[in-house]
Design a protein around this ligand. Structure first.
Ligand SMILES: Nc1ncnc2c1ncn2[C@@H]1O[C@H](COP(=O)(O)OP(=O)(O)O)[C@@H](O)[C@H]1O
Ligand SMILES: [Mg+2]
Length: 372
C-alpha cells in the first residue's frame, strides 16, 4: 500500500486566469486557505511580482488553471494536497505548511534562475521535491551552457555561437542556414518562423531584432533540416524509463513555412477548435534510429543530472544523425489531448493516463528521497 503523504503543489498560473474580483483572493487568504485548497476553490494568485516587460509570449511557459487543477486532482487520488503559488510569499507558506514533498511545476518570474528559485528555497528548508535541482534547472535554462556540457560528453548538438552584442559577432563566418533564439527562454518564446535565416544579412537582422526584443544574449545555431523528435523520460538510475519517441510533424504546418516547432506552431496555428495534428506518437522510425535517439537522450539526462522527469528535443541532420537541441527538466504537461502536449502524449503511448503519469513522477521523487 502506498503511504499517504502531504504533497504541496507549487505552480505559477497564467494571468488570464486571474479572478476578476481580487477580494476573493484576500478572503481566501484571511480564512487561512493558503492558496486554493481543492478543485472547488479554483486557482488563485496573490502575486505582486510582475514581469519587467510584457510581450505576446511573456506567459507562454506558465501553466493554465486547467493544468494545475489536473495535476492537483492526480495527486489527490493518493495524497493530501495543498496548493502554493510560486510567488514572493512562497517561502513563508512552505515554512508554515511543511509538506512531506513538493510537486514542483513552478516556472518562476524572471531571470535565468527563475526555474531554480523554488527548488533552491526547498533545498534551504530541507523539503524534498520532484524534478531536477536548482543547478540543473539553471543550466538547462541557458541553452548554451547545456550545449557546452553535452559537447564535453560528446553528445551531438548543433554548432553554435552566443551573441551578447552585435559588435562581437561576424555573421559572415557562421554556417547557413541558421536559427536565432533567445538564450534563456522556453515554450518557443522568441522562436518564430522568421527565426530561421538563410543569408548573412537576414542573420544579422534577426540577431539584432532578438537582442532588442528579449534583452538577453542570443543563441545562433546551425539549422538542422531533418526530422524532429522529442523524448520524455521518467525515473532515475536503473529505473529510468524512456517513453515512446514523439515526432513533430512539419507536414501539418501551413504550406510554405519553415519546418520549426515555432511559437506560431505551438500557440497560434494549433487551436483546440481547429487543431493541427502536429505530434506523431509513437514516431514511425526504425529500430536503429530509435535506439540512437533514446541513447543520446538517456546520456543527456544523466550528464545534466536530471531527476525524475525531463523532455529532450532532438533533430536529425541531412545524414539522419540525431542531435540534442535542448533539455527541458520542467516539461509542459497540458492535460487535454487536443492541445498537443508532447510529454503527456508520450506518456499515453506508454500506457499511462494523466493521473498515472503525474504519480509516476511523484513516485520517482519519493523513491529517490527515501520517503517510502
Ligand atoms: N538548431 C536547430 N535546427 C533546427 N531546428 C531548430 C534548431 N533549434 C531549434 N529548432 C526548432 O525550434 C524549436 C524550438 O527550439 P527549442 O530550442 O526547442 O526552444 P524551446 O525551448 O522554446 O522549445 C524546435 O522545436 C525546433 O523545431
Ligand atoms: Mg523545445
Amino acid at each position: 500500500m502506498q503511504k499517504q503523504l502531504h504533497v504541496a503543489l507549487v505552480y505559477n498560473v497564467r494571468p488570464e486566469n486571474l479572478p476578476a474580483d481580487t477580494r476573493v483572493v484576500e478572503e481566501k487568504l484571511e480564512s487561512g486557505r493558503l492558496s486554493g485548497g481543492g478543485s472547488d476553490a479554483g486557482i488563485i494568485t496573490t502575486s505582486r511580482i510582475q514581469p519587467l516587460k510584457t510581450k505576446s509570449d511573456t506567459y507562454a511557459e506558465w501553466d493554465a488553471e486547467e493544468t494545475i487543477l489536473a495535476v492537483e486532482s492526480a495527486l489527490r487520488a493518493h495524497h493530501n494536497v495543498t496548493l502554493i503559488e510560486a510567488n514572493e510569499e512562497a517561502y513563508d507558506k512552505l515554512l508554515a505548511v511543511q509538506p512531506d514533498i513538493v510537486f514542483n511545476i513552478a516556472e518562476g518570474f524572471h531571470s535565468p534562475s527563475r526555474e531554480a528559485q523554488i527548488p533552491a528555497i526547498l533545498d534551504l528548508l530541507g523539503i524534498p521535491y520532484t524534478g531536477s535541482d536548482p543547478v540543473t534547472l539553471g543550466i538547462c535554462l541557458d541553452k548554451a551552457h547545456t550545449k557546452e556540457i553535452l559537447s564535453y560528453h560528446r553528445i551531438p548538438t548543433p554548432e553554435f555561437a552566443v551573441v551578447g552584442n552585435m559588435g562581437d559577432f561576424t555573421a559572415d563566418e557562421f554556417p547557413l542556414p541558421a536559427i536565432v533564439k533567445p538564450l534563456h527562454e522556453g515554450s518557443s518564446k522568441g522562436i518564430f518562423n522568421a527565426s530561421v535565416v538563410r543569408t548573412n544579412e537576414s542573420l544579422r537582422q534577426r540577431i539584432l531584432q532578438t537582442l532588442t526584443e528579449y534583452e538577453e544574449p542570443v543563441l545562433v545555431e546551425r539549422f538542422l533540416e531533418g526530422r524532429e523528435f522529442t523524448v520524455a523520460l521518467i525515473g532515475n538510475g536503473k529505473h529510468l524509463r524512456v517513453l515512446p519517441v514523439v515526432e513533430i510533424r512539419f507536414d501539418s504546418l501551413p504550406k510554405g513555412v519553415n519546418p520549426v516547432y515555432s511559437y506560431e506552431a505551438k500557440w497560434i496555428w494549433d487551436q483546440t477548435d481547429h487543431p493541427i495534428d502536429v505530434l506523431q506518437c509513437p514516431a514511425r522510425i526504425d529500430a536503429r534510429l530509435e535506439g540512437e535517439i533514446k541513447d543520446i537522450c538517456t546520456r543527456a539526462f544523466k550528464v545534466l543530472r536530471c531527476y525524475d522527469w525531463c523532455r529532450i528535443d532532438v533533430r536529425l541532420d541531412e545524414q539522419n544523425k540525431p542531435y540534442v537541441l535542448e533539455v527541458n527538466p520542467l516539461p509542459g504537461i497540458i492535460p487535454n489531448p487536443k492541445e498537443h502536449s508532447s510529454f503527456p502524449c508520450a506518456a499515453r503511448a506508454a500506457g499511462f493516463d494523466y493521473n498515472g503519469m503525474i504519480n509516476a513522477v511523484l513516485e520517482s521523487a519519493i523513491m529517490r528521497n527515501g520517503l517510502q
